[in-house]
Design a protein around this ligand. Structure first.
Ligand code: C2E
Ligand code: MG
Ligand code: MG
Length: 635
């Protein structure tokens, strides 16, 4: 019954009744009034009955139609109000941003959470609110969206008006108008708390509570990754196991509190003396592990092991106690001492036990051959420390000739070490040691000064002009006073700066620091030329050739091997020559040993060469004979 009454009184019925009544009355009146005026008899029912019926039907229909229209308008407005209400009161941060970054509109949660007023928001660009660290990837995301890409869930750090960062997570979408991208909408949630909780859980699961170092679980993970990277990039990797000697005594005599502080001190010292690539972890107790990874060229593990022993052996002052510790160190090298993480850890552990059972305060390699190498390496290191003052270093010079002018145009200075017991040692064996120990700084300076002096003397003796190429280590480029060292060497000797060329390897440019870059530009502005040595063996990138002050490329000798029968090598050499010509760089090939190689190169417009075919590296007194021989050969 109630339903029936509801339906009866529902809007369309009322609209129909009211409008049909009104229609009937209006038409009845309109049909009666003219008749009355004409004096007609209005008692005749037909005179107003028919018009009223028509009026009632038309009015009823009009009523239904107007009721519908009214109801639909009303529904639209209330829908808009509800949406606006929903948008304004949503707890998520909602924003719409124009394609140029202007904020078009934001909701209340956005304004209140980030602390900006309406008038401030009108003047804001979205990048004023995003943390500068995130600008780059946010721009990329914007561009990708506009280009038709899909951005799923995105994390971004916003800065509140008071400067506090807030980590937000949300969805971003592109809005179109007239089929054109119009604006970017995003709905974000504050996930700072969730992130903090996750970080806490991560910290508890992967880090040691006492020292804050990675624990065994994280160590395993890092080691597995390091092994994979080592395989992929052909790097070196070592696992160093450290156990403190007699640590139990500290705990037993001074108590666990002092023991804990001591472990924290050791952890701090170890982690601050290694590179970011290396992992310093605590296994528990007094056991630490260091994973040495990502080493490209020089990998002087004995030196590193000694450094660890020295670091641990520094006296510690803890709550009034002066303590001196020592450690036992075991080392396993990938892949010879273990192909996986478990084997490497076990073998480094065994090596550590060998070191401890021998005498403690020492290190031991897992394999015997490595032990022998380690001893040799240390001998080299100790010997090298005194090589300059004991006058055991000397320089050989190798001629560089130009087949076009048929002349010796310059020489490369190549360092030699006359070891009292081991005899002549070539740089490949000791430059890495010098770099690892930092001795390369003084050795490099010595080479530069000595070579400039010797070349000036030779020029006067021979009456010809020679340019001098000197090899520079990447470590020297990290020395702020390098420019001074070069200037001194030039001034002392009187060699014009244009006659000096410094050879650096590609890796120096790839791993460039701003300081190294600055130095290169300063060196170049002195007039000194810069060459890339062993070109093609590193990360040959057109980018650095374009951006750095480089004058010459030296094609690595490995590409000349079998060049007539190895199409790949021939193609590489041809490409390097063509590329240098296009970029306006000089090019020289090193390691030319045969007549065929020389012909191949000169046929391809590479006229400058260096190699045993023309001359071996010789001491200054033999340069005259050697360059005469080279000259004869090219005539
Ligand atoms: P590098 O600068 O690429 O020098 C060329 C090397 O190739 C020299 O080896 C040279 O003797 C050798 N070589 C030249 N022509 C031929 C040839 O036709 N066939 C073959 N098989 N080899 C040839 P060296 O003198 O043993 O020097 C090796 C590397 O040691 C040098 O490579 C350079 O990177 C480094 N080095 C030498 N002296 C210094 C120095 O004073 N400072 C620094 N930082 N590194 C140096
Ligand atoms: Mg060189
Ligand atoms: Mg070279």
């Amino acid at each position: 019954m109630k339903n029936f009454i509801d339906r009866l009184y529902s809007r369309p019925v009322i609209d129909f009744c009211l409008f049909s009544l009104a229609g009937a009355i209006i038409l009845a009146v309109f049909s009666i009034v003219p008749r009355l005026k004409l004096g007609a008899d209005i008692r005749s029912v037909t005179s107003y009955l028919y018009p009223s019926v028509y009026g009632s039907i038309a009015g009823g229909l009009l009523g239904i139609w107007s009721g519908r229209l009214r109801r639909s308008l009303h529904a639209q407005t209330s829908m808009q109000e509800r949406y606006h209400d929903l948008f304004e009161n949503a707890s998520d941060l909602i924003q719409s941003v124009a394609l140029d970054g202007r904020l078009l509109f934001v909701n209340r949660a956005w304004r209140e959470t980030l602390g900006y007023s309406d008038s401030e928001i009108a003047a804001l660009n979205i990048f004023d609110v995003i943390s500068p660290d995130d600008h780059h990837h946010c721009r990329q995301r914007f561009e990708s969206l506009i280009a038709g890409g899909i951005v799923n869930s995105a994390e971004v750090t916003f800065l509140r008006k008071d400067g506090c960062p807030m980590l937000l997570e949300g969805n971003v979408s592109l809005r179109f108008e007239n089929d054109q991208p119009h604006s970017i909408r995003a709905i974000y949630r504050d996930i700072s708390e969730r992130k903090a909780a996750e970080d806490k859980i991560h910290q508890l699961a992967y880090y040691d509570k006492l020292t804050g170092l990675p624990n065994r679980t994280l160590l395993q993970d890092r080691l597995v990754h390091a092994i994979a990277d080592t395989k992929r990039f052909d790097h070196h990797l070592g696992v160093v196991f450290i156990d403190l000697d007699h640590f139990k005594k500290v705990n037993d005599t001074l108590g666990h509190h002092i023991g804990d502080l001591l472990l924290q001190e050791v952890a701090q010292r170890l982690s601050s003396s290694f590179r970011e690539n290396d992992t310093v972890a605590r296994l528990g107790g007094d056991e630490f592990i260091i994973v040495l990874s990502g080493y490209r060229n020089s990998f002087n593990v004995p030196h590193i092991a000694q450094k660890i022993l020295k670091t641990i052996g520094q006296p510690c002052a803890i709550e009034g106690h002066e303590l001196v510790l020592s450690g036992s160190v075991g080392i396993a090298i990938y892949p010879q001492d273990g192909a996986n993480a478990a084997d490497l850890l076990r073998n480094a552990d065994m090596a550590m036990y060998a070191a401890k059972s021998e005498k403690g305060d020492s290190f031991q390699f897992y394999s015997e051959s490595m032990n022998r190498n380690a001893v040799e390496q240390l001998e080299l290191e100790n010997g090298l420390r005194h090589a300059i003052e004991n006058e055991q270093l000397f320089i050989c010079y190798q001629s560089q000739i130009d087949l076009e002018t048929k002349k010796v145009v310059g020489v490369e200075a190549l360092l030699r070490w006359n070891h009292p017991e081991l005899g002549l040692i070539l740089p490949d064996k000791f430059i890495a040691v010098a770099e690892e120990t930092g001795l390369i700084i003084s050795i490099g300076e010595w080479v530069l000064r000595r070579a400039c002096r010797e070349i000036v003397q030779l020029q006067t003796e021979l009456g010809i002009e020679l340019s001098l190429s000197v090899n520079l280590s990447g470590i020297q480029l990290e020395q702020p006073n390098l420019v001074e060292v070069i200037l001194n060497a030039l001034q002392e000797s009187g060699l014009p700066s244009e006659q000096l060329e410094l050879e650096i390897t590609e890796s120096v440019l790839v791993e460039r620091t701003d300081q190294a870059l600055n130095l290169l530009h300063k060196i170049s502005s002195l007039g000194v030329r810069i060459a890339i040595d062993d070109f093609g063996t590193g990360y040959s990138s057109l980018n650095y050739l374009k951006n750095f002050p480089i004058d010459r490329l030296k094609i690595d000798r490995s590409f000349l091997v079998d060049i007539l029968h190895e199409p790949d090598n021939a193609a590489i050499v041809e490409t390097i020559i063509a590329m240098s010509r296009n970029m306006g760089l000089h090019v020289i090939a090193e390691g030319v040993e045969t007549h065929d190689q020389a012909v191949f190169l000169s046929d391809r417009n590479c006229s400058q060469m260096q190699g045993f075919l023309f001359s071996k590296p010789v001491v200054p007194s033999q340069i005259k004979v050697s360059s005469e021989q080279a000259n004869k050969l090219v005539e």
